[in-house]
Design a protein around this ligand. Sequence first.
Ligand SMILES: [Zn+2]
Length: 244
Amino acid sequence: MTHEPKPVAISIMAHPDDAEFSSTGTLLTWMNEGYDAYICVITDASAGGSDDATDLSAAARQVTVDTRKAEQQESARRLGLKGVIHLDYPDGRLYPTLQLRKDLVRVLRTYKPSRVICQSPERFWGMPLGIARYHPDHMAAGVATLAALYPASQNPWDFPELMTEEGLLPHKVKEIFIVGSPQPNIAIDISAVFAQKLSALHAHASQVGAENPELDKRMHDWAVELGERFNMPMAEIFHRTENN
Ligand SMILES: [Zn+2]
């Protein structure tokens, strides 16, 4: 009997908790359908300390990094992820450099996902603009990830050293799901996994609190509102495209 490898999905996000806010309901849904899922966190989250902080030393930053990595691990445990990939770029200073593109291509060629979730490189000019959604790191992450997805991951001539020195063969990702897109075109029903999504979000206790009924209500209402647009009880929404 041969064992087909499971299909893989990766959510590539700038910060810990970005995936939990936007798209872990979808990862959970796919896991229930037989996918292995990973979250790739691009930054080290070192700028995620308290807004009232007065100690801004390197040591204080390191405490934040360690705390947030531990929280991401706990979230991964609650979600049942296969793993978390940390790229450890400095938080708050992300730029879509060629180095970042190469590091993302390495992730894509190593884990070989057929589905990738990433952040939007463009703002949605709703009324009013949801400014916190479009942290500059999110937009840089979106630019870099889309550039890594096409063409670099599937093109051996891009970053040839990844193949010649690291043995990483080109990999073509089939489906791309963009969160925060100005033009969403698909919704995933998350009503069956919403409680688990919320539990994983609360693993990021330094950011959202281990318990936070007000946030829970907001997340619930948001999922219902997104679902209504697509005739579903609760949803996460994306711009989905195929890489043909
Ligand atoms: Zn973020």
